[in-house]
Design a protein around this ligand. Structure first.
Ligand code: NAP
Length: 280
């Protein structure tokens, strides 16, 4: 039985992944912001867990707050002795400019920076696994993204476009995967990013209805990316594959920015400065 931690596991791709992992008998930790929704998800998984000798637990994780990320990671560090797989899945698309509790533009803050801190905090437990694996939910939309170092803070944002900022955050996820693969190359831990395809989930909930109606025609069920994540997480064929970007539904086109390891290293260093109070 391996231990897998999934952020945003109460719905969508995260829940479908949790279900697959329960069906293959693993210990699944649902890291969710809303405890009520997390309990409902756990309830749905508990019967399956009994059938498959799996285990399901919940931790409360609000990625909107770096303090909460820090506290929840510390809770995990004190309660569990090892993590085998980390799935950085939680994410949102905000059409209007919003801010995290720490003043970051919400999409870069929640989708990327909070997961950066989360991952660095939990690395010591991943290092205790003989086959640690980190999986980042990036997106094809990274093609529209760039890293606007001078606009991480909501107050510094000029000309907000929600889709573009989503692309920025997904590019950041992809760069983080690449730089972690580089930093961890002498360890058994792998780091890979995926585009899950256009997936029928709640992520499009805030889009105008007509836009959603068009997009829905092309969406695939969450079980498809869940299978891919499950393979990367547990299949021995993935033991030595790291720093890859895998795309469902579309060819795995990577933007020039996404291939730029200097940019990835700079992003890592800049991000470290933002969260170092929780790491030192
Ligand atoms: N769906 C797609 O077509 C698609 C395409 C490319 C990439 N992706 C990526 O796939 C990942 C999963 O998306 P999905 O489609 O499954 O979306 P979803 O159904 O909307 O699920 C997103 C999850 O993230 C959680 N979340 C949002 N904000 C959070 C916060 N501040 N703190 C903690 N958790 C938070 C949500 O919690 P609540 O339920 O409480 O809101 C939910 O559990 C995302 O990273 C997304 O960018 C999706």
């Amino acid at each position: 039985m391996k231990t897998i931690v999934i952020t945003g596991a109460n719905t969508g791709i995260g829940f479908a992944t949790a279900k697959k992992c329960v069906q293959s008998g693993h210990h699944v930790i649902l890291a969710c912001r809303n405890l009520e929704k997390a309990k409902q998800a756990k309830q749905q998984l508990d019967t399956l867990a009994q059938q498959h000798q799996a285990k399901v637990e919940i931790v409360q994780l609000e990625l909107n707050s770096l303090q909460n990320v820090n506290d929840t990671a510390n809770d995990i560090l004190s309660r569990f002795h090892k993590i085998d797989v980390l799935v950085n899945n939680a994410g949102l698309l905000t059409p209007q400019l919003e801010s995290t509790q720490d003043g970051f533009e919400k999409q870069i803050g929640v989708n990327y920076l909070a997961h950066y801190l989360w991952t660095l905090k939990l690395l010591p437990l991943l290092k205790k696994s003989d086959a640690g694996r980190i999986i980042h939910l990036a997106s094809l939309m990274h093609l529209a993204g760039s890293i606007q170092f001078d606009q991480f803070k909501a107050d510094d944002v000029t000309r907000y476009n929600g889709v573009k900022r989503y692309g920025n955050s997904k590019l950041a996820n992809l760069l983080m995967s690449n730089v972690l693969a580089e930093k961890l190359k002498d360890t058994p831990i792998t780091s890979n990013a995926i585009h899950p395809g256009g997936v029928d989930s709640e992520i499009y909930r805030d889009l105008p209805k007509y836009q959603y109606a068009v997009i829905k025609l092309f969406l695939i069920p969450p079980a498809k990316p869940a299978q891919l994540i499950h393979d990367i997480a547990f299949d021995p064929a993935w033991a030595n594959r790291s720093g890859e970007y895998i795309s469902l539904q579309t060819p795995a086109f990577k933007s020039r920015n996404a291939k730029d390891i200097q940019l990835a290293r700079k992003l890592y260093d800049v991000s470290y400065d933002y969260v170092k109070q929780y790491l030192e």
